[in-house]
Design a protein around this ligand. Structure first.
Ligand code: SF4
Length: 422
């Protein structure tokens, strides 16, 4: 770690944060990073000199433990901790991620309308211009190199990098699996399939592409380009998202090739963060089709793997209402298989999504409770149930009451699923 004081700035390079992800109600920084501190703000940068987080230091900032984070897709997220009670029981996290784009959160707080947050974002954009005159002075090489990359990565360049990321993977990621909260949504996306097997009427994240497996050379090309894209900051990553909406349907060979090649190319064994983690979505049919050899292959990797399945409802009338082209017996069979996989494989955790909406039939809630209580003889800590608020919901309080009613009866960990993109 090297510190240097310049005019109104305190600059530190190569700071060392936590080496594993944790759940905390205060700002925790992970991996290695650099920071620039002014009287009013603390700006943190990744190893490419791209801005990562902003925290206000003066009395105008909404809460001392809250912060802004920029994702690899250049979206700002405000981490709100000071406004709500019992957030952890709703989200499994101590913060509410407030997104700068439309999502399905039942909480209506919009920090991006707050002039203090707008000032912080404007200060981050202005910083490059403020730093330029300092760069010509005789300053230590390490500090100069860091500030040089910060100056290069202005708002325009960061926007272009997002376009490049989406160009590399050949799509945008409209939604990340809920389990990626365990790594603070810091995943490297690698596409192994496009589209999905169904065309559910309620869905607002589908790509409208027909389902297709990506060929091996496309996966290899993405890996090569992603390695260059993440550059020096690659060592701050230990998590891989195999996309897009139904990677499980890619089958054993494609999946095995993708996670093995990515693990070695991205150097996860040398990452600053420990415990490599793999995330993917699956569908009811891809789960029912997946044989033991696929799960054996996943269980033999260095990853802890989360597979998230969209079940949506175990009630026939609700399935018809939301236009999910599946029968109830298949949903029940997929849920049973999820329980079996969770019991059998120590390093594979399957989780499931169900819908939450005040306009859904009462039978939806009854069938769900029957599934996540009646099927289990005791509470289990593995295999979360995520309830995803429909974005047509208009009554957030009723929605939260419904959630609490289900959570109290559930014998599996139960949380809300807020849609994040990348
Ligand atoms: S809910 Fe999943 S399976 Fe259905 S259309 Fe959306 S992405 Fe595809």
């Amino acid at each position: 770690m090297e510190c240097y004081y310049l005019d109104n700035f305190a600059v530190t390079v190569d700071k060392q944060g936590a080496d594993h992800f944790t759940k905390a109600s205060y700002p925790v920084r992970y991996g290695r990073y650099g920071e620039i501190k002014t009287t009013d703000y603390l700006f943190e940068y990744n190893l490419n000199g791209e801005i990562k987080t902003i925290r206000g230091l003066n009395g105008n900032w909404p809460h001392p433990a809250e912060w802004l984070k920029r994702t690899a897709a250049n979206d700002w997220v405000y981490y709100s901790v000071g406004r709500y009670h019992r957030l952890f029981s709703f989200l499994g996290e101590y913060y509410l991620p407030c997104l700068s784009y439309p999502s399905n959160s039942p909480w209506e707080y919009n920090p991006f309308g707050d002039v203090n947050i707008q000032n912080a974002l404007a200060a981050a954009s202005r910083l490059q211009a403020d730093l330029l005159p300092i760069l010509v002075n005789g300053i230590p090489a390490g500090i100069k190199g860091f500030l040089g990359s910060v100056v290069q990565n202005d708002t325009r360049i960061l926007g272009r990098k997002t376009e490049k990321l989406h160009d590399i993977i050949g799509t945008a990621v409209s939604v990340l699996p809920p389990d990626t909260r365990h790594v603070d949504y810091n995943v490297i996306p690698l596409m192994v399939t496009d589209g999905c097997l169904y065309d559910c009427g309620f869905c607002c994240v589908k790509s409208h592409r027909p389902f297709q497996r990506r060929p091996q050379d496309n996966i290899d090309c993405q890996i090569r380009r992603l390695k260059r894209f993440y550059g020096a900051d690659l060592r701050n990553y230990n998590a891989l998202f195999l996309g897009n909406h139904d990677a499980l349907a890619a089958g054993r060979e494609t999946l095995r090739h993708a996670f093995t090649a990515a693990y070695h190319a991205f150097g996860f064994e040398r990452a600053y963060l420990k415990n490599p983690t793999l995330f993917l979505f699956g569908s009811v049919d891809s789960l029912l089709k997946a044989g033991p050899k696929l799960f054996e292959a996943l269980s033999q990797t260095p990853f802890y793997t989360y597979i998230n399945i969209g079940l949506e409802s175990a009630d026939a009338a609700t399935l018809a209402q939301i236009k999910k082209p599946l029968r109830r017996h298949k949903i029940e069979a997929a849920f049973q298989k999820m329980l079996d996989v969770n019991r059998h494989y120590l390093n594979i955790e399957m989780t499931a999504n169900f819908l939450l909406g005040e306009h859904l039939p009462r039978a939806h809630q009854d069938a769900l409770i029957d599934l996540i209580r009646g099927n289990l003889n005791r509470p289990y800590s593995k295999g979360a149930i995520y309830l995803s608020p429909l974005n047509t919901s208009r009554n957030p309080n009723q929605l939260l009451r419904q959630f609490v009613e289900i959570k109290i009866k559930s014998r599996l960990p139960t949380y809300l699923y807020l849609i994040h993109r990348l």
